[in-house]
Ligand binder design. Structure first.
Ligand code: IMP
Length: 197
């Protein structure tokens, strides 16, 4: 079946298409729809529903939306839903390296290092009928960034079970254990259970 994905990012589209193999994934920009709803929710699930509803109202067809971020226990769950904008208040645009350095500096020598990537994902079939999953990838913030793979906070999240940071994993390894991979596969199962036309 064809599902719409509430993103403007073609990389995310490819990633989801690989997870939902056998289904076609379309994004709004492909058909000239400008899509940038205000993601002002307090939780990942709030933002997922904001994005899913905004796109559903435009396409009136099944929509998948996601929202993700890094939650650090010592920072009471921050940056959380603000992960993409962390450190960029006052219109300063930080690179990923600068953002990671800032986060490690904020954490300083705090021995409580536990943190996790979180991904909420929804499948919306109508404004009143939707399924939501939320998955995590648990790790610990390292003392210095390491690794060149992935993106964003990957170089600073260390996975004790793999003795590597997320940025030191291959793309295949990351997809098998990641918050987004697990959420996407759960959504695929829901899609297949529904056996929509
Ligand atoms: P969004 O889900 O596209 O809004 O992304 C939120 C932000 O969370 C990204 O810009 C990254 O900063 C961070 N993030 C989400 N998932 C990951 C990941 O797998 N690796 C590294 N950073 C991530």
């Amino acid at each position: 079946m064809t599902v719409w994905f509430a993103t403007s990012n073609p990389h995310k589209q490819q990633e989801l298409a690989a997870i939902l193999h056998g289904h076609s994934v379309k994004i709004p920009s492909e058909v000239g729809i400008a899509f940038a709803p205000e993601e002002n929710g307090v939780t990942f699930i709030d933002n997922v529903l904001i994005k899913a509803k905004a796109l559903y109202r435009l396409v009136h067809a099944p929509v998948i939306a996601d929202d993700s971020g890094l939650c650090v226990d010592a920072l009471n769950g921050r940056p959380g839903v603000h992960s993409a904008r962390y450190g960029s208040e006052h219109s300063v645009n930080l690179s990923s390296e600068e953002r990671n350095a800032l986060l490690l500096k904020e954490l300083a020598k705090n021995p409580l290092r536990t943190a996790r990537f979180v991904c909420a994902m929804s499948l919306m079939l109508s404004e009143d009928r939707f399924f939501i999953v939320q998955e995590t990838l648990e790790g610990e913030l390292c003392w210095t960034a390491s690794g060149t793979g992935g993106f964003g906070y990957d170089p600073i999240l260390y996975l004790p079970s793999m003795s590597r940071t997320v940025a030191e994993l291959s793309e295949v390894e990351k997809n098998l254990i990641s918050h987004r991979g697990k959420a996407g596969r759960a959504i695929r199962q829901i899609l297949e259970t529904l056996a929509l036309p």
